[in-house]
Design a protein around this ligand. Structure first.
Ligand code: NDP
Length: 276
């Protein structure tokens, strides 16, 4: 049914009846994604490693009238992912919902000149940013395939599309995530389940704050000066907002017919304007 026709879904109900899991939903981009999915009627499970953060986001969503649940999960730990998947399916089943939408958003960043990338940094970033989405996707994919409908959205990065100085381990882990999505999209063709990648540039979140603080500590330059320089280096002279990334994720989740498959959507503020 086309939008605007009598009985067509409104923005507030386009995901009514759907269930969603958002990893890394305790702050930043993940919290914005959870808010947008919930605002469209989805029941949302948010998970991360820090209980007070996911509980706060879930409480905010419930206060706004949504069905929302907080779960603790380390996406890099197979046992933790299995326990989270069981709990998420149970919570949603109690509301007659299933996990129809999975947003693999949890991620970490770190930086170092190439010659100083430690094995620990390399492996930690790959475990969280690439192995984590593999494990979480495997946990929910079977149910989506059985039901013939699922929307998997990976929050990747522009660093999955090209390289840049000092982010070898991060960019490699995000390239791995993108490669995983490309292969899975090929396998999923015709199943009713889609996987797509949203690839943001620099976003105004705690992750970016932490990256700037680390560079400030290493160089002695004030974090605010570095932040101004980062903004000035962006096409629009500003950072992307979490809601802009969440908007792209939500549009894919709302794709009823599954016509968006294997897409890689860069989210970068336009050079010609937009909010400052
Ligand atoms: P934040 O650091 O603000 O939030 C990251 C979220 O992921 C937190 O909720 C964090 O919670 C969670 N998380 C981290 N590690 C794990 C883990 N092992 N298991 C479960 N949850 C985890 O980051 P952003 O919101 O900025 O980033 C979200 C995603 O967007 C990431 O994948 C990031 O790589 C990507 N991205 C970010 C950009 C940016 O400029 N900020 C640009 C491009 C992509 P906790 O630590 O409590 O577990």
């Amino acid at each position: 049914m086309a939008r605007g026709q009598p009985g067509a879904a409104t923005d507030r109900s386009r995901l009514a009846g759907r269930g969603a899991v958002v990893t890394g939903g305790g702050r930043g981009i993940g919290a914005a994604i959870a808010r947008q999915l919930a605002a469209r009627g989805a029941a949302v499970v948010v998970c991360s490693r820090t209980p007070p953060q996911v509980e706060r986001v879930a409480a905010q969503l419930r206060a706004a009238g949504a069905d929302a649940y907080a779960l603790v999960c380390d996406v890099a730990d197979p046992d933790s992912v299995a326990a989270m998947a069981r709990a998420a399916q149970g919570r949603l089943a109690a509301r007659a919902r299933t996990v129809d939408i999975l947003v693999n958003n949890a991620g970490i960043a770190d930086s170092a000149p190439f010659s100083r990338v430690s094995l620990d940094q390399w492996e930690t970033l790959h475990r969280v940013n690439a192995t984590g989405p593999l494990l979480v996707t495997q946990a929910f994919l079977g149910g989506m395939l059985e039901r013939g409908w699922g929307r998997i959205v990976n929050v990747s990065s522009v660093a999955s599309l090209h390289g840049a100085p000092y982010i070898t381990a991060y960019a490699a882990s995000k390239h791995a995530l993108l490669g995983m999505a490309r292969c899975l999209a090929a396998e999923l063709d015709g199943t009713g389940v889609t996987v797509n990648s949203v690839c943001p540039g620099y976003v105004d979140t705690p992750m970016t704050d932490q990256s700037l603080a680390k560079i400030a500590a290493a160089t002695g330059r004030p974090a605010e000066e570095l932040r101004a320089g980062l903004k000035a280096a962006q096409p629009a002279g500003r950072l992307i907002t979490p809601d802009e990334v969440a908007g792209a994720v939500t549009r894919i989740a709302e794709d009823e017919t599954g016509s968006i498959q294997g897409a890689e959507i860069a989210v970068e503020a336009p050079a010609h304007g937009g909010p400052a």
